[in-house]
Write a protein that binds this ligand. Structure first.
Ligand code: HEC
Length: 252
């Protein structure tokens, strides 16, 4: 438009059909554009409220948006299906996490355990309780979560997601003990973290949760119990005496 020339008046036919508007916005004319987009663009360009005036127009307007929305949903679902079906999704434990995987997993876990966090422990962190917990930990947890001053076990290195080293550094010492109790009792789905709710007693669960909460200020005897070389797991986990002991010691 030449400098100083009066603004070009638009004929009614030009309005909303693609033209150089008074404000200088260029709307590409597109006879094939869906009605709703056309309507929306023209209403924006001419400073309307953005909504069609009568019922019939309004129906068309919303129909266009709803159809567009449904088409976008179908396209997104198809893209997700192809991602998994064509083998793009990581399945090996060594592979990088999927897009949003960490966020979604953490978010879901956080939402559930937040409710358990307020539970008050019926077990005090006395030396005797922490000693019992250290035995439970050595037998059931150390294989994945490690012992103080030791490197990660082979099992820990091969897992995804990685089990945190709970007795080194901060661990879960800053978590409410009720949260740790919940995790040990129920496990964490689709990770290596088992549920111990059916295999440890409620007292043992609280004891081990207390142990982890006090991992940074454990009594020397408990630390010693955790770091001392233990006999092989077969000896520790022996639940029943072997059969021959019944014959030798009938009362046992
Ligand atoms: C077979 C391996 C394995 C064993 C055995 C195991 N865990 Fe885990 N644990 C994991 C993994 C893997 C995670 C991490 C899960 C995740 O990232 O969501 C985890 C997570 C945890 C967490 C949550 C840590 C955090 O940062 O929130 C706690 C607490 C925990 N384990 C305690 C225990 C206790 C106590 C035991 C023993 C009674 C135990 N685990 C036994 C693999 C194991």
């Amino acid at each position: 438009m030449a400098k100083g020339a009066p603004p070009k008046r638009l004929s009614p036919g030009q309005r909303g059909r693609g033209a150089v508007t008074r404000t200088g916005i260029f709307l590409a004319e597109s006879r094939t554009a869906p009605y709703a987009c056309d309507q929306f663009a023209s209403s924006v360009a001419f400073g309307n409220s953005g909504f069609p005036a009568n019922l019939e127009e309004s129906m068309g307007f919303w129909k266009g948006w709803i159809l567009g929305f449904l088409a976008a949903l179908v396209a997104a679902a198809a893209a997700v299906f192809c991602y998994f079906d064509f083998g793009f999704a990581p399945v090996a434990t060594a592979a990088a996490p999927m897009p949003f995987e960490r966020f979604l997993a953490n978010h879901a876990l956080h939402a559930v355990v937040a409710r358990a966090a307020g539970k008050v422990s019926p077990v005090d962190p006395t030396e005797a309780n922490l000693q019992s917990a250290a035995t439970v930990y050595r037998e059931n947890c150390a294989v994945c979560h490690g012992l103080p001053g030791e490197g990660k076990t082979r099992i820990a290195q091969g897992e995804f997601p990685k089990p945190p080293q709970l007795l080194q550094g901060k661990g879960v010492t800053d978590d409410p003990v009720g949260r740790t109790f919940w995790v040990v009792q129920n496990g964490i789905r689709l990770t290596g973290m088992p549920a111990f709710g059916k295999t440890l007693t409620e007292t043992q669960l609280w004891q081990v949760a207390e142990l982890l909460a006090h991992a940074q200020d454990l009594p020397a005897s408990v630390k010693d119990h955790l770091t001392r070389l233990a006999p092989g797991p077969a000896l520790i986990t022996l639940q029943k005496p072997p059969r021959w002991t019944h014959a030798v010691f009938p009362s046992g």
